[in-house]
Design a binder for this molecule. Structure first.
Ligand SMILES: Cc1cc2nc3c(=O)[nH]c(=O)nc-3n(C[C@H](O)[C@H](O)[C@H](O)COP(=O)(O)OP(=O)(O)OC[C@H]3O[C@@H](n4cnc5c(N)ncnc54)[C@H](O)[C@@H]3O)c2cc1C
Length: 466
């Protein structure tokens, strides 16, 4: 017998959580169901955090479970609408700014650190901008609130307790397999356990982890999508000393380059001062690289890591950006026995495989212990290799030492947010009753915009019920 709810939220990442939170704030009478394929937050446990070796858990605790990809993220909240998604394009700049402020207030209410990086540093900012201009790099200004991995986890734990306490039902360890559509209207979902749940309002908030699944569903039930950007590249790791000035003044320096040879866009992304490089596993055990940093001093390393992502927009007849990214990651996994590849920049330049022996010569000790020394030129197309090389040389003018032979490049980093679901300002898809938000819909790319998106869709749902 199918159970009925007012709203079903698929996925309990930041997008889904903030949607549930806001629904309960404004309409505590509503029956809200969240369906999450991973575990509740207290049961999320990545063995690799102790053993340093991935145990290949299914589902992966880093990307699934309450708080989604946010639970063990570095927890950098970008406080500018210019960063982390397309909310300003969909809702307008002012509304996006307001929502980001409101979701930030909720993070503060649940215990976020009150300090913000990147404000009150005008002289230092001018100095960094001057060097960026000299290197033809654009500096994007974005204040950052840093939760830190362990504090972020605690904040999301409090949020889980809060929304459960408000009466939201959460089905953990349950994957939505199908969306029921009758006469062009979404009416419910079917789970992998064979249960059916019905609701007039369904929100897909499946994140990057569920983006592939949602893309297939969109094709099946006729939701309009458009191919988005393919973002692929490497995670760079250097000693903290190399990035000290940028880290201390901005925490995360967001720099964008248009490469001289191909005029491709390359950007820095997700900087983790004194952090760790991490492996992230997707459906089918696909290993891609990421990074995070703890807030507590006892967990700090001597290294800073950040991503360099090359953004490509392909045109007709191309329509599978997620597949493209996956194929590149698969190549790297194939060469490294399912692990992450690591190469020194010196070897990258000289076109040779890195060896254990050459890795040991450096000041820099890799934080990803099970990475396999290899050769990125056997993985990336020539164009991406050139783009990365030119970006590293440009960055060296802003923060000298980046282009040192010992700098480590881990491959591959790929972002699976590139399939864009066409939505209106209420995040309605072309199927009535089904809304799509967050990273899985290609609307956002970060915690703060995903959270703000959750608030916004909840308000749209409430207005439509009046
Ligand atoms: C290691 C790491 C570090 C990061 N660091 C930062 C950072 O510092 N700052 C920042 O802004 N962003 C960071 N991010 C990105 C950020 O985590 C995401 O942008 C954000 O979590 C997106 O929120 P979301 O709700 O859209 O999706 P997600 O957080 O991905 O949540 C989606 C949820 O849906 C569930 N799901 C998927 N498919 C189904 C299905 N069919 N049925 C049921 N459940 C399903 C998943 O299990 C998941 O829990 C990081 C990501 C990672 C992986």
């Amino acid at each position: 017998m199918a159970k009925e709810f007012d709203v079903i939220i698929i996925g309990a990442g930041p997008g889904g959580i903030f949607c549930a939170y806001e629904l309960m704030e404004k309409r505590p009478d509503l029956k809200v169901l969240m369906i999450e394929k991973g575990r509740s937050i207290e049961k999320r446990n990545c063995p690799k955090r102790v053993t340093k070796t991935c145990a290949g858990c299914k589902p992966c605790s880093i990307t699934t479970g309450f708080a989604g990809a946010g639970a063990f993220s570095d927890g950098k909240l970008s406080l500018s609408p210019d960063v982390g998604g397309t909310l300003p394009e969909i809702l307008g700049y002012d509304e996006a700014t307001r929502l980001i402020h409101e979701s930030d207030e909720i993070y503060l209410k649940f215990g976020a650190d009150t300090s913000v990086y990147g404000v009150d540093k005008e002289a230092e900012l001018r100095e960094i901008r001057r060097k960026a201009i000299n290197a033809n790099l654009k500096l994007v200004e974005c204040p950052i609130r840093h939760l830190g991995t362990e504090e972020g986890y605690k904040i999301y734990s409090r949020l889980q307790e809060h929304i459960l306490g408000k009466g939201v039902t959460i089905e953990f360890n349950t994957m939505v397999k199908d969306i029921i559509v009758e006469n062009g209207v979404a009416t419910g979902v079917v789970t992998d356990k064979g249960e059916t749940f019905l609701a007039k309002e369904i929100v897909s908030a499946v994140g990057r982890e569920g983006a592939d699944w949602f893309k297939d569903k969109c094709e099946e039930i006729g939701i309009e999508t458009k191919p988005g950007t393919v973002d692929v590249g490497v995670r760079v790791e250097v000693r903290d000393e190399v990035m000290q000035f940028l880290n201390e003044n901005l925490y995360e320096a967001k720099l964008i380059y248009h490469t001289p040879t191909f005029d491709d866009k390359v950007r820095t992304f997700c900087t983790n001062p004194s952090g760790e490089v991490a492996t992230e596993y997707y459906e089918g055990g696909l290993a891609v690289v990421n990074g995070h940093a703890y807030k507590g001093k006892e967990f700090k390393t001597n290294n800073t890591n950040f991503a360099l992502l090359v953004s490509k927009n392909f045109t007709k007849p191309f329509k599978t950006p997620i597949e493209y990214g996956k194929k590149i990651a698969e190549l790297s996994n194939m060469l490294c026995g399912g692990k992450i590849l690591v190469q020194t920049y010196g070897d990258f330049k000289r076109g040779r495989r890195t060896t254990e022996e050459r890795l040991c010569r450096n000041n820099l000790i890799p934080t990803l212990k099970d990475a396999v020394p290899g050769d990125l030129s056997l993985v990336f197309p020539h164009r991406i290799m050139v783009d990365l090389d030119e970006m590293i040389q440009a960055l060296d003018k802003v923060t000298p030492g980046i282009a040192s032979d010992e700098t480590l490049l881990y491959g591959v980093e790929v972002k699976f947010y590139s399939n864009k679901v066409i939505v209106n300002k209420d995040f309605e898809t072309s199927i009535k009753g089904l809304r799509a938000i967050g990273d899985g819909a290609g609307v956002t790319r970060g915690l703060q915009q995903a959270s703000a998106n959750g608030l916004s869709v909840a308000r749209s749902i409430i207005s439509s019920m009046k």
